[in-house]
Design a protein around this ligand. Structure first.
Ligand SMILES: NC(=O)c1ccc[n+]([C@@H]2O[C@H](COP(=O)([O-])OP(=O)(O)OC[C@H]3O[C@@H](n4cnc5c(N)ncnc54)[C@H](O)[C@@H]3O)[C@@H](O)[C@H]2O)c1
Length: 266
């Protein structure tokens, strides 16, 4: 996709990876709807982006993605404000093993809902222009993580859902490429949650092990994840792909064995 003048919706855009993705999309000439539940940080982040890109290129919509009506409303506002929608980045996520139901709600159910709402706006079947959806998973979506079993489950599920719905999109000619990104540890505020009982609950005792792993593997800059996002969006051939981003191999793709029963069913 040629990114200039395209409209993107990014969830969890107030800080961290989502914010870096918004910055990279703006640098490519997109307009960006910033969606986040943290209204104060969201406004602050919009103000910072306005200094670089002008006030017209972004809109901030306060929204808890786990509340369906708020999520639908955010899509509607961004579509009406900019007059189109081309890219959805379902990025908002949490690490909370104590309130693990909330983790599933935000990391998985809201990503599924964000994908379906995005398709409603973008798929050619509905008169849309086509587009792209990128769902944020994690390396924890590909390997077991004893300190975060539910976070790990949510990220595995995002990969399974994204690969599957990408096949549907292709078979039904939705014109929407759907992919997922799996970064290793990224230097953002979410990493601080591994030291908090309110987030880790019964798994708090793993905190030193986790910190040692972060030290051993190193932390990725959020900008590298944003670079991966742009790479996916600029390559129309990518669909159902699982991009991995690690300190030792950089941006690359997970390789799967061919499917035994490839489906072209509509
Ligand atoms: N940082 C890492 O090491 C890492 C690694 C792999 C994957 N990820 C994934 O990347 C995504 C972004 O993480 P990050 O590291 O930038 O985290 P972060 O905590 O720095 O930022 C997450 C953002 O999402 C927002 N958010 C959280 N719950 C929300 C909700 N219910 N509704 C709306 N907004 C909400 C927060 O307010 C925050 O601005 C997450 O899905 C995370 O699981 C992070």
């Amino acid at each position: 996709m040629h990114l200039k003048d395209k409209v993107a919706l990014v969830t969890g855009a107030a800080q961290g990876i989502g914010n870096a993705c918004a910055q990279a999309l703006l640098e490519k000439g997109c307009k960006v709807g910033l969606v986040d539940q943290n209204a104060e940080l969201g406004e602050e982040s919009k103000n910072n982006l306005d200094k670089q890109f002008g006030t017209q290129r972004t809109i901030f919509i306060p929204c808890d993605v786990s509340k369906e009506e708020q999520l639908k409303d955010a899509f509607k506002k961004i579509f009406e404000h900019f007059g189109r929608l081309d890219i959805v980045v379902n990025n908002a996520g949490v690490n909370n093993e104590k309130n693990w139901e909330a983790t599933l709600q935000i990391n998985l159910i809201s990503v599924i809902k964000g994908t379906y709402i995005g398709l409603d706006y973008m798929k050619t079947e509905n008169g849309g222009n086509g587009g792209a959806i990128v769902n944020m998973s994690s390396l924890a979506g590909l390997i077991p993580v004893p300190s975060q079993p539910v976070y790990c489950a949510s990220k595995h599920a995002v990969i399974g859902f994204t690969r599957s719905i990408a096949m549907v999109s292709k078979a039904r000619n939705y014109g929407v490429q759907i992919n997922t990104i799996c970064p290793g540890f990224v230097n953002t505020p979410i990493l601080q949650t591994v030291e908090k009982e309110e987030n880790m609950g019964q798994f708090l005792s793993y905190k030193d092990e986790l910190k040692n792993m972060m030290e051993f593997y190193g932390l990725l800059p959020p900008s590298l994840v944003a670079e991966g996002l742009i790479k996916i969006l600029e390559d129309d051939a990518l669909n159902g792909e699982v991009m991995k981003i690690t300190t030792n191999k950089g941006i690359h793709f997970h390789e799967y064995s061919p499917l035994p029963f490839p489906s072209n069913k509509q």
